[in-house]
Design a protein around this ligand. Structure first.
Ligand SMILES: NC(=O)c1ccc[n+]([C@@H]2O[C@H](COP(=O)([O-])OP(=O)(O)OC[C@H]3O[C@@H](n4cnc5c(N)ncnc54)[C@H](O)[C@@H]3O)[C@@H](O)[C@H]2O)c1
Ligand SMILES: [Zn+2]
Ligand SMILES: [Zn+2]
Length: 382
């Protein structure tokens, strides 16, 4: 089968790989129809994620058709159209029982923090991902869900991570009616977080980035006020000014490890790898939230420490909340919002490319060319 394969930082190819096989009775093999490239994939592509092995296939956002099921699978059968959350999880351990699917204790012997993620290096379990014609899905009775008939398949693939993560970011903010919510990052995750903040009762939503075309999307798709941080000496001062010098009630970091805007953070965080990523957006979040406010972090950071303004967070009495998204926990409510027409996830899709062109797709997304926001990858015609 054809699959996207990692050959080292900034080097990916489409190669022939052996077909994945049923390795456990509860596995399924999925024929991928559509996958997506995520901002998280860029951290891998840029060589920032430890233990990203040559030959690994990325892709944690995908939908497809069940090709084969192991003998113990009960909920799926060959031919079912399924959406697969990016988490690999067992569904029955201490953490899964509490809905913490992204922290499953049974799927990743390499780490005590993160659970399993498809196509996201051996740090998250070493599972090959779905930017391929076929993918092995463990615990097939737990994660995959049959795509409802009424759901657009592009919306389904966006639900496997980006939309669920943006919504989760807003949820972690514990937004109360009328709150002022600031979102750092106008990528797919930030755009969905901003849109979700309204659904949770926000009175004002502000999105910050330095890419004007993405801020434009934040205004039209998420109906947010926008600030381009490159246009101000100090974006924190602007946030203070616009909130009566109190600060925002809730701030969401939807940028993560490759945050721009501070030279020292970038050099130590992304070039020298002395930190688990550059923490500028997170520090800006801590600075721009009001005392007693909440900072929600869904932007991803690497396993080691980062230079975060922890003392300021303490002295301001902040609540800091974060996690990798437990995707399936978000689905029931998001399905309702989509069905009721409050959300049209694929409004942010800018590119649709065949799997053969995926190297170009990564380059375009990484360099933010051609006004790229979200790229879908067609692996097999549906
Ligand atoms: N927690 C999770 O489960 C989860 C899931 C999906 C993605 N993520 C993470 O969320 C983050 C965003 O993902 P995405 O797909 O939207 O990525 P993206 O790369 O498309 O978007 C990131 C945006 O942040 C902007 N940015 C850079 N520095 C900034 C700063 N200092 N202030 C404000 N904006 C800044 C960039 O210009 C870009 O538009 C990534 O770190 C990704 O790994 C986490
Ligand atoms: Zn993702
Ligand atoms: Zn588990």
């Amino acid at each position: 089968m054809k699959a996207m394969v990692y050959r080292g930082p900034y080097k990916i190819r489409v190669e022939e790989k052996p077909m994945p096989k049923i390795e456990h009775p509860n596995d399924a093999i999925i024929r991928v129809t559509t996958a997506a490239i995520c901002g998280s994939d860029l951290h891998l592509y840029h060589g920032l994620m430890p233990d990203t092995r040559i030959g690994h296939t990325f892709g944690h956002e995908f939908i497809g058709v069940v090709e084969e099921v192991g003998p113990s699978v009960q909920n799926l059968q060959r031919g079912d159209r399924v959406m697969v959350p990016f988490n690999v999880y067992c569904g029955s351990c201490y953490y899964c029982a509490r809905g913490l699917y992204s922290n499953c204790h049974n799927v990743n012997p390499n780490a005590t923090a993160v659970g399993g993620i498809y196509g996201y290096s051996h740090t998250t379990g070493g599972y090959d991902g779905g930017q391929a014609e076929f993918v092995r899905v463990p615990f097939a009775d737990v994660g995959p869900t049959i795509i409802p008939d009424w759901m657009d398949s592009e919306d389904a693939v966006l639900l496997t991570d980006a939309l669920a993560t943006g919504y989760f970011g807003a949820q972690l903010g514990d937004i109360v009616e009328g709150d002022t919510v600031v979102v750092f990052g106008a990528g797919p995750v930030g755009l969905y977080a901003a849109k979700s903040a309204w659904l949770m009762g926000a009175g004002r939503v502000i999105v910050i980035d330095h890419l004007e075309y993405r801020l434009e999307k934040a205004r039209t798709f998420a109906h947010a006020e926008t600030f381009n941080f490159a246009e101000y000496d100090d974006i924190i001062v602007e946030m203070k000014k616009t909130t009566d010098y109190l600060g925002a009630d809730v701030v969401i970091d939807a940028v993560g490890a490759e945050s721009d805007g501070n030279f020292i953070q970038q050099v130590t965080g992304t070039k020298l790898k002395l930190q688990g990523g550059s923490a500028i957006a997170l520090n800006w979040a801590i600075d721009s939230v009001r005392k007693g406010g909440t900072v929600a972090v869904v932007g991803a950071y690497g396993p080691i420490f980062s230079a975060v303004k922890f003392g300021d967070a303490l002295n301001k009495g902040l609540t800091l909340r974060m996690n990798q998204t437990p995707v399936k926990r978000q689905w029931p409510r998001l399905f309702e919002h989509i069905q009721n027409g409050y959300l049209k996830p694929n409004d942010i899709v800018t590119h649709r490319i065949p799997l053969e062109d995926i190297a170009e797709g990564y380059h375009m997304f990484s360099a933010k060319l051609d006004n790229c926001i979200k790229t879908l990858v067609i692996a097999n015609p549906s």
